[in-house]
Design a protein around this ligand. Structure first.
Ligand code: 3PY
Ligand code: MG
Length: 255
């Protein structure tokens, strides 16, 4: 198998759309990847995959020709290390609200000197064609750690979070952001506080040389990210794609 591509492509300045799978089914993961998304995230926070289904979905993404990304369950940084050992090209950690959260994440997901990731890359060395020294030298740069900014606390600490060595990028969660910013009054991912967060996160990423990335509930939100120079934009999910297709079909044929 050829070397991973996601980190290289983002470092080269490309902007990539990312598919999203929550159904915990390798065929759904493969279908999204094979539709042409260059990367597909397997959602293990709000999606239905535990470790075994994440593993199967990751191979589905690979079979469909895309780069696998894994969003881990909230606070489960050991899960990040397991996803990386399997071949995730990036991991996304939800609810990173402080530099301390970010440091704990990096501890699990990066080898020294950045963190304390435990050694266990048998599969990765084999399929990416590296010996142990090549792997150790390359892994921290090949597999990306993205920290989710999705609360008021995270926005207040965005510079400190972005400054943590080993955090490769920030990833906005606009749904939680809108709920947090409104004090629980509204879930409205297109509201002005989310747009202001996009600017604040983009600026922090520029200051600290990190990737600005995020989730878009709609193509309109994806455009807002694109206008601001975000380089990895997740849009849609298998569940939503199925519902949209089903609804469109019912509308076309009437009931
Ligand atoms: C959010 O918008 O809060 C997310 O976590 C996106 O998946
Ligand atoms: Mg969220």
């Amino acid at each position: 198998m050829s070397a991973p591509t996601l980190a290289h492509r983002l470092k080269a300045g490309e902007t990539l759309l990312c598919g999203w799978t929550q159904l915990a089914d390798p065929l759904a993961a493969e279908a999204i990847a094979a539709s042409g998304f260059p990367a597909v995230n397997i959602d293990c926070q709000h999606g239905y995959a535990g470790y075994e289904a994440m593993k199967a979905s990751l191979f589905g993404v690979l079979a469909g020709g895309a780069a696998p990304i894994v969003r881990i369950p909230h606070g489960d940084f050991a899960f990040a290390a397991r996803a990386l050992d399997l071949g995730a090209e990036a991991v996304i950690a939800p609810m990173i609200n402080s530099a301390s959260d970010a440091k704990h994440y990096v501890e699990a997901a990066k080898y020294p000197p950045l963190g304390e990731r435990s050694w266990g890359p048998s599969r990765m060395m084999h399929v990416w064609g590296m010996d142990k020294d090549q792997w150790l030298a390359a892994a921290n740069g090949l597999q990306l750690t993205l920290a989710m900014i999705e609360t008021r606390a995270a926005v207040d600490a965005v510079d400190e979070i972005a400054a943590v060595e080993g955090i490769d990028g920030l990833f906005i969660g606009p749904a939680d952001m809108s709920v947090s910013a409104s004090g629980g009054a509204a879930m409205d991912p297109e509201n002005s506080s989310v747009l202001a967060t996009m600017d604040a996160v983009a600026d922090a990423c520029k200051r600290h040389g990190k990737f600005a990335t995020g989730y878009a509930q709609s193509p309109k939100l994806a455009d807002e990210y694109r206008k601001r120079g975000y380089c990895l934009i997740a849009c849609g999910s298998d569940y939503r794609f199925i519902c949209a297709g089903a609804t469109a079909t019912l509308q076309q044929y009437g009931d």
